[in-house]
Write a protein that binds this ligand. Structure first.
Ligand code: CA
Length: 382
């Protein structure tokens, strides 16, 4: 699951800070009254905007060159030069900070591990589902909902995403913050950026985003801990996702992925910005009669009209809530044979968090289980 986080859409780098600083500097750049225009003149080139001053990053790091696990690597030096030129960091600060970073040998070994055989075995969905539809996931989800009901309702009002789907993500990712990861994000990202060539570009960009995040949020970059791949907080956002989609939902002036209320707003915002349809269905079960159903390609990114599915003997088994749009055909291998489902737009939106049919289906099933438990356990408070 965390590995698949790498595939999350990368965000544009938010330029909020630059804008704020630029606005603050307007007074000093107020133009003098324009002189009378001469008849012929050379139009001066507009002054190149100066790079805005940045706040000092947190931590008393300083070194003349990088030492330690990442010393003497040209890629590290190039990264530092880029952060200095493009983002206004002090070179001695970055050299001192990266001298503190530690290579995670286990992570490299794990990433280089031979991929297991991809031949799907029967019952794959049943095994995957069992990992997340546990009593622990369901009971803690209902309790979390009870505790943060106000924020979850606010998120639904603002972003159109129901509480159970925010909880489905947080439950699958971290059991609502119980398991947010133990690796220093600095170590995880430096290791994968500089010692894992296959994904160097991606993780170098994430390391950049992480340094921008910690500078903007006044955090010491050596402090935050997350997954072995650098995913952070209750919703396991990568740093680029933080820059693009995190929100300050408890209004304390900081965006903090480890603060439950900010994490709630950030996950809901992520869904909303990826096209979540408020009030829309996620999946509906289907029945398949005849052998030709098995010939159709399935998965979250397939698209079929109901007529095309019907010609292969596949029919919605319940009342369709959305009839007019093409749907994804989902085939899940259970211990009792294949199950068929039809996925709507909102199912696809869940896969924007993690590009996997099993992942999105687990989020959906956990969402429904938590909702049902919440209603039965806390109905007195409703
Ligand atoms: Ca906040």
């Amino acid at each position: 699951m965390e590995l698949a986080m790498e595939t999350r859409a990368k965000g544009l780098v938010a330029a909020t800070l630059s804008v704020v600083v630029a606005l603050a500097g307007c007074e000093a750049h107020r133009a003098p009254p324009a002189p009378a225009k001469p008849i012929a003149t050379v139009v001066p080139k507009p002054e190149k905007p100066r790079a805005p001053a940045q706040p000092e990053p947190v931590g008393a790091y300083s070194a003349p060159f990088v030492t330690g696990d990442f010393g003497g690597q040209p890629a590290v030096d190039r990264f530092i030069e880029r952060m200095v030129a493009e983002h206004g960091f002090r070179p001695d600060y970055l050299k001192g900070l990266l001298s503190e970073a530690r290579r995670k040998e286990w992570t490299i070994a794990y990433m280089n591990r031979e991929a297991p055989s991809v031949k799907p075995k029967p019952g794959g969905w049943s095994r995957y589902r069992a990992k997340f539809l546990t009593e622990n996931h369901i009971a803690k989800g209902a309790a979390f909902w009870h505790r943060y009901a106000g924020a979850l309702e606010r998120a639904q009002a603002r972003f159109g995403v129901p509480p159970e789907y925010v909880l489905g993500i947080m439950g699958v990712e971290t059991i609502y913050g119980s398991n947010v990861g133990k690796d220093r994000v600095l170590d995880a990202l430096a290791t994968l950026a500089f010692d894992y060539p296959r994904r160097a570009e991606y993780f170098t960009d994430e390391l950049k985003s992480f340094l921008l995040m910690t500078r903007a949020e006044r955090m010491d970059p050596a402090s935050p801990r997350g997954s072995f791949a650098g995913a952070m907080g209750l919703g396991q956002f990568m740093p680029s996702s933080f820059l693009e989609w995190a929100v300050d939902f408890d209004d304390d002036g900081r965006k903090d992925l480890w603060a439950p209320v900010d994490a709630i707003g950030s996950v809901a915002n992520y869904f909303a910005r990826h096209g979540w349809q408020s009030g829309g269905a996620v999946v509906t079960p289907a029945l398949a009669d005849g052998a030709s159903a098995a010939e159709l390609e399935s998965g979250f990114d397939t698209r079929y009209t109901l007529a095309a599915l019907a010609s292969h003997g596949i029919h919605p088994s319940g009342v369709l809530r959305v009839a007019a749009e093409p749907v994804a055909l989902l085939r899940l291998s259970t211990n009792d044979g294949d199950e068929y489902w039809l996925g709507y737009q909102n199912f696809y939106v869940i896969t924007r968090y993690n590009h996997s049919t099993h992942y999105a289906m687990a989020v959906h099933d956990l969402a429904q289980a938590v909702k049902s438990r919440y209603r039965s356990a806390f109905s007195a408070s409703r």
